[in-house]
Design a protein around this ligand. Sequence first.
Ligand code: NAD
Length: 469
Amino acid sequence: MQATEDLVRTVVQEVLAHMRNRAPANGKARAWGVFTDVSAAVAGAAESQREFEGRGLEDRRKAVACIRKICTNQAEELGRAELEETKIGRLAHKIEKLQVIADRIPGVEWLRTYAFSGENGVSLEEYAPFGVIGVITPVTHSLPTLACNAINMIAAGNALVCNPHPSGAKVACRGVRLFNQAIYEAIGLDNLITIIESPTLESAQAIFDHREVKLLCVTGGPAVGRAALRSPKRAIVAGPGNPPVVVDETADLDNAARSIVEGGAYDNNLLCIGEKEVFAVAAIFDELMEAMTRYKAVRLDAKQIAALTKAAFAKDDKGHQIVNKELLGQDAAVLAKAAGVTVPASTELLFGETDESHPFVDIEQMMPFVPFVRTPDVDTAIALAKKYEHGFKHTAVIHSRNVDTITRMGREMDTSLYIQNGPSTAGLGSGGEGYLSFSIATPTGEGVTTPLTFTRQRRSTTVKSMRVL
Ligand code: NAD
């Protein structure tokens, strides 16, 4: 009997999905979330969200499952498309960043009701959606950030409108089309995720200013963070970092070297959490440098570092040093060429000794070259780590077996992520405990974002009843 009912339900759902899938009455093809203008995108998302808010949690689970499934099944082709469009990073990691979305990004299960029960009755604290959320995504992980934000936000009952980075917009739009088509098949709603096809700074501003957009979530560098914080609405800002690594004389140097290569080389150092500069004490400095070469890292000498620096940085019109985008996220072998040396194509990372005032230390450069600075003692190393993290409060790493040192650095740095004795990626659940997000809200303090980040807390109180004890 149950089997027959299930069969009938499935057939009815398929027929309805087929009917809905036909072009609308006005004859126009469905946009599947991709819009040329902000007002239409926000209107589409708002209409969809109003309907979605009335649905049960099961529909949220189904919508989230659609995104996870596409990221898993089409990781290879979407990862390749992202690399071809953005031209930065590494194919294997573009694919992996989509695959991990399947099980490491938290969903509906994160929304647990908090309850109080006593002689005065019962109160429930629950997590309600905001409505439509404005989203800005970076070029470093265009589709992974969008998919991750969409899972978190939809799990919490919201819809979103995204202004992607212009250099990663095509793959983001392709993902949005696929997600909306699958969600439509599953629950009959289109436009839970909308996106601007040709994004500009003006379309970003229009999203910031739109009165139907209730909350912002921006992931990117300092300029977009400042722009979002100037908006009168609440902004969750996943801002820049410049993660330092401290290595002291008690560290397991082999593990330290392996970890620095693993985290610093990931996607050619495009991760905001990736190891960007190392401060190592003099007592173990040479041994650590030697250990690096065991993990497909190649050491550059002073002349080669000078040549690479000349190629990697330029001056803007105000005379400030800026990163040469041509080398951003390129393979170590490409950087080596700019340094005047040929290395095997399989080289993971370049590294070399610099002084602390070097631009590779000071600037968040997102290239697979990591500068190592020799320090007289661990306190100097921690002080320099703090100085060059620039107060972003993003990520810091230490390799040490001294519990007091580990504790002191954790307190000093005050960062959103603090990793001890592993690669930075362990801080997002890859080889370390915990879940993943591609948006780590640093200046605004929400940390590694989850569905709860995108909710309003509401309390419901029943006086003198419902406590059945
Ligand atoms: P970016 O700042 O150049 O661009 C990010 C996004 O902001 C893009 O969509 C861009 O079009 C938009 N944007 C830039 N200036 C803007 C403005 N004034 N108004 C409105 N929109 C604006 O950064 P990117 O190169 O794409 O990404 C790398 C940066 O993002 C790094 O600084 C990295 O640390 C940071 N990042 C942080 C996290 C995190 O979770 N905290 C995650 C990924 C990347």
